[in-house]
Design a protein around this ligand. Structure first.
Ligand SMILES: Cc1ncc(C[n+]2csc(CCOP(=O)(O)OP(=O)(O)O)c2C)c(N)n1
Ligand code: SF4
Ligand SMILES: [Mg+2]
Length: 318
């Protein structure tokens, strides 16, 4: 059964799209959007859920960077965090569990004028979506992937996730988790992501800073954003929150973000670890490479009609 049927209240189709308002004045007449103009449905998260902060900061980003409705594309898979696009009054899709990245890749490659944001959970990203994560990262497809890591499956009410620590008691590990958790930062660096950052929902300025830097990066940018599930993993991130007696340690000022090994070392620090940009390098994107191929090929078929190009392709395949 499709995710839409299992998880989403009656909305038609396999993809639930939220479309922009009909009457859009010409860009030159328009000011930056206000939160009121970007907020859609009332978020259905539990009171106190960390996901509220991430959404509020996405609104701030849209406001600050003067992005207009038709330029905002928000994609997600399935999970509490993945409800995100519902709450943004712009274009977006609440897609299939673990499949947000391939969907977003299609948008990114076909619409170079947009910057696609993908939001989702740790299960969505690293369990069912694990392969897509690795391949989207290695292809360096331009987009920002913000994983709202709560160390648990929230939507399905407390199962062990790939980031749950050893000993975590859940419905799937009643005696405590025995499997070693993955380290999202190490995974992203090793997979080939060209921008890798870490933040936490309890530090709003930092979340916004990371989102801005990720958006400005030409390539696949990954953010691990700790986002507490107050219902099924309360207090998970207290050690990273100064208001709860924890510490928020930023990446050292002298850290070289182009040094892969140094980034990997930072990622290996014990929780609460470091926050900030661990790794950032410039590498040609799949977007650029494909655009170059398209340009060359279009030159070869200049003057032909679409059906003639198609026919030529069929002939070549015979
Ligand atoms: C193909 C498929 N498998 C399983 C599910 C059930 N399911 C929905 S969300 C989810 C995990 C959610 O956890 P996470 O991605 O960490 O997001 P969170 O709810 O914690 O934000 C699972 C297993 C599904 N909807 N579709
Ligand atoms: S179950 Fe957890 S992750 Fe889901 S909305 Fe509630 S607090 Fe947030
Ligand atoms: Mg989760």
């Amino acid at each position: 059964m499709s995710d839409i049927l299992t998880n989403i209240p009656a909305r038609a189709g396999n993809i639930t799209a939220v479309s922009a308002p009909a009457a859009v004045p010409a860009p030159e007449e328009r000011k930056g959007l206000t939160k009121k103009e970007i907020a859609a449905d009332h978020p259905t998260w539990c009171p106190g859920c960390g996901d509220f902060s991430v959404l509020a900061l996405y609104f701030k980003l849209i406001e600050k960077r003067k992005m207009w409705h038709e330029k905002i594309t928000t994609v997600a898979g399935i999970g509490c965090s993945s409800r995100f696009p519902y709450f943004v009054q712009a274009h977006g899709a609440h897609y299939i569990h673990g499949r947000a990245l391939p969907f977003a890749s299609g948008i990114s490659l076909s619409r170079p004028d947009l910057h696609v944001f993908v939001f989702g959970g740790d299960g969505d990203a690293f369990s069912i979506g694990g392969n897509h994560f690795n391949h989207t990262a290695r292809k360096n497809i331009k987009m920002t992937y913000c994983v709202m890591d709560n160390w648990v499956y929230g939507l399905t009410k407390k199962q062990t996730s790939p980031t749950s620590p050893l000993g975590f008691k859940s419905k799937t590990d009643q005696w405590g988790a025995v499997d070693y958790p993955i380290n999202p930062m190490k995974q992203a660096i090793a997979a080939g992501a060209t921008f890798v950052a870490r933040t936490t929902h309890t530090n709003p300025n930092h979340v916004l800073q990371m989102m801005e830097a990720a958006m400005d990066h030409d390539g696949f940018s990954f953010i691990e954003c700790l986002s507490e599930c107050v219902e099924f993993y309360e207090g998970a991130f207290d050690a990273s929150n100064p208001r709860k007696g924890g510490v928020f340690n930023e990446v050292p000022k002298d850290h070289d973000v182009t040094d892969e090994l140094a980034a990997y070392k930072l990622a290996g620090e014990e929780f609460p670890g470091r926050f900030g940009i661990f790794y950032k390098v410039n590498k040609p994107t799949k977007n650029t490479k494909e655009a170059e191929i398209n340009k060359t090929l279009q030159g070869k078929v200049a003057g032909l009609k679409d059906w003639q190009i198609l026919q030529k392709n069929f002939e070549r395949m015979k």
